[in-house]
Design a protein around this ligand. Structure first.
Ligand code: NAI
Ligand code: MG
Length: 790
C-alpha cells in the first residue's frame, strides 16, 4: 500500500492489546481457582470444577470450583462470623478498606481490563475505559458513605449477611455495585459471580487478601444457577441482591417469599430510545450506537427500541445504516474494534432465534454488508424497521446487538409506545426542546431517563427499575437503603396498645348478637368515590373485645377488589399530576373533617379496642398533618455525577397500591400508612384490619365530604388474606403493603412475582413504621440525566 492509498482509505491496522499478563496470572494459579471463603482459598467440598471459556475463540481459560450447598454454608458461616466485628468497625475504618480496594483496582486496571475482555469477549476499549474505572469509582464513592454513615444514616444499622448474585455482562462492575455499598453500610457478603465470567471476581478476592480485609467480610464462591439458588435459600442470609434475567428474578422472589429476607432485584429491560423531529440527528445516531451496540447489546438498559418521530424516520434510519456500515466487529483485544464477541453460543442462538422471529413477524431486517470473523461467537449490528408494537422483537429482551425501530407522530403517542412494555429500566429522549424532553421524561415509567444522552452511569446516581425491571436502587444515596435497617422504630408509643391476647381472644368469641340492641346499619365498601354493596352480598360481624357485636361490614371479594383497582387506576394519572401543594390541601382538609367528628371516631375506637380512643384520634389527626406536610417537602436530590450534567433524583409515586392494615390502632394506622402513600401521589385500595374495620368504614364519610378525587382512596372490607392474594396477583397493582401474620407475608410475596410488584410486609400489631420509612416505601426514585454544554 502506498502512502497515497493509505491517506485515501484510512484503513485500520491491527492494534492488539497483549493478553500475556492476564494469561500469566492464570498460569500462576495453575489454571485452577478455588473458592475464596473466610479469607483463604479452599477446594470445594463438592470436588466439582467447570471451565470458563474465552468466547472470542472458544478456548478454555481456566477451571473454577463449582460450589455446592456445603460450600455455600461455609461461606455464609464465615460471613456471619465476620459480621460481628465488621458491623462494629468504625465507619472511618471501613472507608479506608473501601478506599484501598479502589486504589488496588486502579493500580491493576490493565490486568483487570484484559482479563475481563478474555473472559467475557467485550471490547478492551470498553473494559479499559468504562467497566474498570467505574468499578473503582464505586469503591471510592462508597468509601465516602462508610465515612458518613454514622451522621447521615443515624438510626440505621447494617442488615447482616448479604448474598449477592451477579450476571456476566459487566462482571467486575456488577461486583462493585454490589460489594461497595454492602461493605460501606457494615454488612458482610457472599458473592457469586456468573458462571461465564468468574475471573475478575477472583482477582478481586486477591485484592481483599492483599489489603488485609478481615477474613469473611467478603467471600467469593463460583458456581452456576444451582449455587445461586443454594445461596438464596440459605436460612442465615439476611438479604439477597440479584442482577440478571427477569425469569430468575421471579424465581428468587418466590423462593424468598415469607422468609423475611430483604430483597433487591435488577432485571431485564426493553428500553425506549425516543427521537423527536427537532433532535440533533447526528448526535442521536451516535447515541444509538452507544445505546444498542455498547457491549454487543448485552446490557440490561440497552436502548433496544428506537422510537422515531415520523417526519424524520427515514432520514434517521439512513444515517444509522451508514454508521452501521462503519462499525467494526472482531477480536475484542484489538483497541479499535467496536463490538466484540457474544458471551456464549447459547446466547448467540437466542439472538438468532429472535431475529428469525422478527423476520417471520414481518419486520424488515438490515445488516451491514461486511462479513463477520470466520470463527468465534459474533453477531453483526442489526436494524429492524417496520416493527409492529406488539411483535416479539418489540416486546422481548433480545440481549444482543439488535435494534427494533418504530415510528410515532405526537409526544403523547411516543409516551404510550415507550410505556408499552412490562419493563421499566431506562429511557433515552432526544430533542432540542428541553421542555418537551423533561415533560416526556416524567411520563415514562423507568428508573433512569437520559436526555440527549444514553447509558451514562455513575456511583452517585441510583440505578434500578420500575415495574418488571425489578426494585431497589444501586448507587446514589437511594442505593444505601437496600443495605440498612432501622434500629428501633420509634413507632407510636404515645398511644397505648391493646394487648395481643385480647385481640386473639376477640377473634374467637362467639356471636352474642341476640343479647344486643338492633344493628341498624351495615358499612358498605367505598369504591370510585361511592358507597357500594359488596358484590357477593355477604357481610361480616364485628365484635368488641368483650365479645359484643358492634357492627357489620361488607364481605368484599375478588370482584370488589378488581373494581377498586380499576377505580384507583383511573384516578392515578390525575392524582399524580395534582400539584404537591394541592395534595397537601386535600390531606389537611381530610384532617379538618375528621376532627369535626372527633367524638364519634374516638367512641368508635373505644368500642373496637376497649380503650379510650381520644389519644389515637389525636395521633391520627397528627399523622394526616404529617403526611400533608411531607406532600410538598419530600424532596429529591441533584447528584453530582462527574460529567457536566444535572442529574435529578426524583421520588415518584409507585402507582396503584394495595394496603392491608394492621390490627392495632386502626385509625392511626390508616392515617399514617394511607395518608403518606396518598401524599406521595399513589392511589389506594385499602383493606382495613378485619378485627377493627369500623374506623376505616366510618372514614369514608370523611372522604365523601373532602376534596379527594373519586377513585383515589378505595376501601374494601373482608377477609384479609383472601383480599391480599387478589391484590398481590393483580397485574394492574404496583405495590402491596401487607400487615398481617407471617404466613400472609409468604402468600403476598410469592404472588407478587407475577408482575414484580413491590411488597412491604409488616407485623399485624406493634409499633407502626416511622414516616421516613413509609415515605421511601411509597416512592421510587427516577434519575433524570440532563447533560449540558454549548
Ligand atoms: P441468569 O439470570 O440465569 O443469570 C444471572 C445470575 O443468576 C448468574 O450468576 C446465574 O448463575 C444466577 N442464577 C441462575 N439461576 C439461578 C437461580 N435459580 N437462583 C439463583 N441464581 C441463579 O441469566 P443468563 O442465563 O446468564 O442469561 C439469560 C438471559 O437473561 C439473557 O439472555 C438476558 O436476556 C437476561 N440477562 C439479563 C441481565 C440483566 O442485567 N438484565 C444480565 C444477564 C442476563
Ligand atoms: Mg468466560
Amino acid at each position: 500500500m502506498t502512502l497515497t492509498e493509505i491517506m485515501q482509505t484510512l484503513p485500520y491496522g491491527p492494534a492488539p492489546e497483549a493478553a500475556k499478563p492476564a494469561l500469566d496470572w492464570i498460569k500462576a494459579h495453575k489454571g485452577r481457582f478455588q473458592l475464596f471463603v473466610a479469607g483463604r482459598w479452599r477446594a470445594p467440598a463438592s470436588q466439582e470444577w467447570f471451565a470458563t471459556i474465552n468466547p472470542t475463540n472458544g478456548q478454555k481459560l481456566a477451571e473454577v470450583a463449582q460450589a455446592g450447598a456445603a460450600d455455600v454454608d461455609e461461606a455464609v458461616k464465615a460471613a456471619r462470623k465476620a459480621f460481628v466485628g465488621w458491623s462494629q468497625t468504625k465507619g472511618h475504618a471501613r472507608a479506608r478498606y473501601l478506599y484501598a480496594m479502589a486504589r488496588q483496582i486502579q493500580k491493576q486496571a490493565r490486568l483487570f481490563a484484559v482479563l475481563e475482555t478474555l473472559d467475557n469477549g467485550k471490547s478492551i476499549r470498553e473494559t479499559r475505559d468504562i467497566d474498570i474505572p467505574l468499578a473503582a469509582r464505586h469503591f471510592y464513592y462508597h468509601a465516602g458513605w462508610a465515612q458518613l454513615m454514622e451522621s447521615e444514616l443515624a438510626g440505621y444499622a447494617p442488615v447482616g449477611v448479604v448474598g449477592q448474585i451477579i450476571p456476566w455482562n459487566f462482571p467486575l462492575l456488577m461486583l462493585a455495585w454490589k460489594i461497595a455499598p454492602a461493605l460501606a453500610m457494615g454488612n458482610t457478603v457472599v458473592l457469586k459471580p456468573a458462571e461465564y465470567t468468574p475471573l475478575t471476581a477472583l482477582l478481586f478476592a486477591e485484592i481483599c487478601q492483599n489489603i488485609g480485609l478481615p477474613p469473611g467480610v467478603v467471600n467469593i464462591i463460583t458456581g452456576d444457577g444451582k449455587t445461586g439458588a443454594a445461596l438464596v435459600e440459605h436460612p442465615d442470609v439476611d438479604k439477597i441482591a440479584f442482577t440478571g434475567s427477569t425469569e430468575v428474578g421471579r424465581l428468587i422472589r418466590q423462593a424468598t417469599a415469607g422468609s423475611g429476607k430483604k430483597l433487591s432485584l435488577e432485571l431485564g429491560g426493553k428500553s425506549p430510545f425516543v427521537v423527536f423531529e427537532d433532535a440533533d440527528l447526528d448526535s442521536a445516531v451516535e447515541g444509538v450506537v452507544d445505546a444498542i451496540w455498547f457491549n454487543q447489546g448485552q446490557v440490561c438498559c440497552a436502548g433496544s427500541r428506537l422510537l422515531v418521530q415520523e417526519g424524520i424516520a427515514e432520514k434517521m434510519c439512513a444515517k444509522l445504516r451508514a454508521r452501521m456500515e462503519k462499525l467494526r466487529v472482531g477480536d475484542p483485544l484489538d483497541k479499535s474494534v467496536d463490538l466484540g464477541a457474544i458471551i456464549a453460543p447459547a446466547q448467540l442462538d437466542k439472538i438468532r432465534r429472535l431475529v428469525q422471529k422478527g423476520i417471520e413477524e414481518g419486520a424488515k431486517l438490515w445488516q451491514p454488508s461486511w462479513a463477520l470473523p470466520a470463527e468465534g461467537c459474533f453477531y453483526p449490528p442489526t436494524l429492524f424497521t417496520d416493527v409492529a408494537p406488539a411483535s416479539t422483537i418489540a416486546q422481548e429482551e433480545i440481549f444482543g446487538p439488535v435494534l427494533a425501530a418504530l415510528t410515532f407522530r405526537t409526544p403523547e403517542e411516543a409516551v404510550r409506545l415507550a410505556n408499552n412494555t412490562r419493563y421499566g429500566l431506562a429511557a433515552s429522549i432526544w430533542s432540542e426542546d428541553i421542555n418537551l424532553a423533561l415533560d416526556v421524561a416524567t411520563q415514562i415509567k423507568a428508573g433512569t431517563v437520559w436526555i440527549n444522552s444514553t447509558n451514562l452511569f455513575d456511583a452517585a446516581s441510583g440505578f434500578g427499575g420500575y415495574r418488571e425491571s425489578g426494585f431497589g436502587r444501586e448507587g446514589g444515596k437511594e442505593g444505601l437503603w437496600e443495605y440498612v435497617q432501622k434500629i428501633n422504630p420509634s413507632g407510636s408509643a404515645a398511644v397505648a396498645k391493646p394487648k395481643a391476647k385480647s385481640r386473639r381472644a376477640r377473634a374467637n368469641v362467639a356471636p352474642t348478637a341476640l343479647a344486643l340492641p338492633a344493628i341498624d346499619r351495615t358499612a358498605k365498601l367505598f369504591i370510585g368515590g361511592k358507597q357500594v354493596r359488596p358484590d357477593g352480598g355477604y357481610s361480616k360481624a364485628v365484635y368488641a373485645p368483650n365479645g359484643s357485636l358492634i357492627g357489620e361490614v361488607g364481605l368484599g371479594n375478588r370482584k370488589d377488589i378488581r373494581n377498586a383497582v380499576e377505580a384507583a387506576r383511573g384516578a392515578f394519572e390525575g392524582w399524580r399530576k395534582t400539584t404537591a401543594h394541592n395534595k397537601a390541601q386535600v390531606l389537611y382538609f381530610l384532617a379538618e373533617n375528621l376532627s369535626q367528628r372527633a367524638e364519634e371516631f374516638a367512641r368508635r375506637l373505644g368500642e373496637q379496642t376497649g380503650q379510650d380512643g381520644r389519644a389515637e384520634l389525636e395521633a391520627a389527626l397528627e399523622a394526616l398533618f404529617t403526611a400533608a406536610a411531607w406532600a410538598d417537602k419530600y424532596e429529591g436530590l441533584v447528584h453530582p455525577t462527574p460529567i457536566r450534567s444535572v442529574t435529578l433524583a426524583i421520588p415518584e409515586p409507585i402507582g396503584v397500591m394495595g394496603i392491608l392494615c394492621p390490627d392495632d390502632q386502626p385509625l392511626l394506622a390508616l392515617a399514617r400508612l394511607a395518608g403518606t402513600a396518598l401524599a406521595m401521589g399513589n392511589t389506594l385500595v385499602v383493606v382495613p384490619s378485619p378485627l377493627a374495620p369500623l374506623s376505616a368504614t366510618d372514614f369514608y364519610q370523611v372522604l365523601e365530604t373532602s376534596d379527594i378525587p373519586a377513585g383515589t382512596f378505595n376501601i374494601v372490607t373482608g377477609e384479609r388474606d383472601e383480599l391480599a392474594l387478589t391484590l398481590a396477583e393483580h397485574d394492574d397493582v404496583d405495590a402491596v403493603w401487607y400487615a398481617g401474620p407471617r404466613a400472609g407475608w409468604a402468600l403476598v410475596e410469592k404472588a407478587s412475582a407475577g408482575n414484580m410488584k413491590r411488597t412491604w410486609t409488616l407485623p399485624p400489631s406493634g409499633p407502626l413504621p416511622d414516616t421516613d420509612e413509609i415515605l421511601r416505601q411509597a416512592t421510587q426514585v427516577k434519575n433524570i440525566w440532563v447533560p449540558y454544554g454549548a
